[in-house]
Design a protein around this ligand. Sequence first.
Ligand code: SF4
Length: 388
Amino acid sequence: MDSIGTLQILSTQMTFEPDGEPHVSRFAPTPDCFSPKERDQAFVHPAQLPNGQKIMLLKTLLSSACERDCFYCPFRAGRDFRRATFKPDEFAGLFSKLNQSGAAEGVFLSSGIAGGGIRTQDKLLATAEILRKKYQYRGYLHLKIMPGAEKDQVYRAMQLADRVSVNLEAPNTERLARLAPHKIFMEELLRPLKWVEEIRRSVPAYKFWNGRYPSTVTQFVAGGSDESDMELLTTTNWLNKNVRLKRAYFSAFHPIRDTPLENKPAIDPMREHRLYQASFLLRDYGFDLEDLPFTSASNLPLNADPKQAWAQMYLIEKPIEINIADKRELIRIPGIGLKGADAILNARRLGKLRDLSALKKLGIIAERAAPYVLFDGRKTPQQLGLPW
Ligand code: SF4
């Protein structure tokens, strides 16, 4: 099999891995369908970087061979499907060509585990080294940290990559045991995330790629271990505060044929959406866990935006005065995000905001904010039951 054939298999398989980079398509056609240029482009997908830049990202495994047996995973040992493996120099050379042709502007590299986490991490690191040193690749690189990797390997990954990730998959030891009985939550998964933060705190930024610390993300299989949203968000909140997690990704569980969980029902994708909304409220909007509208089963309601649900409980009787509120208060109002709050604060320097149309002019979704705001003591038409 040539390198493109290997890439076709591995990048297609990677689309099964719930993950991180948004907008990754599940479409991966066969190589023969395309001209050489189209064929290269078939393996990359649009993605948005942490700084907002949009790039074409190649997302692939170095190897789909794996010796572990996580219950939800299509790559688990013993499952019958066609596996493929790149050598580090083979992948680095291929990616460099794709990059130079303009087909791929960034890469996210993960792997199944073969020969232990340490040995597998060595291969990922060797690939990254070849890319950065031999091919002088300066673009975006996201490297996965393998379960059981050593601290020195984590440090080296941080020196080479723009982003590193450790997939926790479940929110705690007990829940992980239901998904991946041979992964050790504290030692193999959480500890590397803590190391990343320890290293960031103790090593100056100039020692890292491009003089910047890499960001850190993780991922959970939402609903895979019958965990509650509260458990997932408690761990996410802890990670935000203690290891400066850039983002938690939630991937709604869906059963994979020929795995121990193949008969477990798929989780509603709306749950994934609500978890994202709640995690952003915790990370960026000053919400605490106690503010979130958990049900008696400790889950978020699927039929309500959590910010809206909070506002219905706390703001409907006590609307916020748009011309006085500080940023912390403004961003609690549905329809007003971080940029919208800044726009309100700037506009107030020039004069009072008189009504909903003033919010609309600032790009705010005024209809959503209407039940929860006052303009110098005046209620909005919506609060008065009037047409508007
Ligand atoms: S370690 Fe587990 S989750 Fe990762 S590829 Fe292997 S079986 Fe899948």
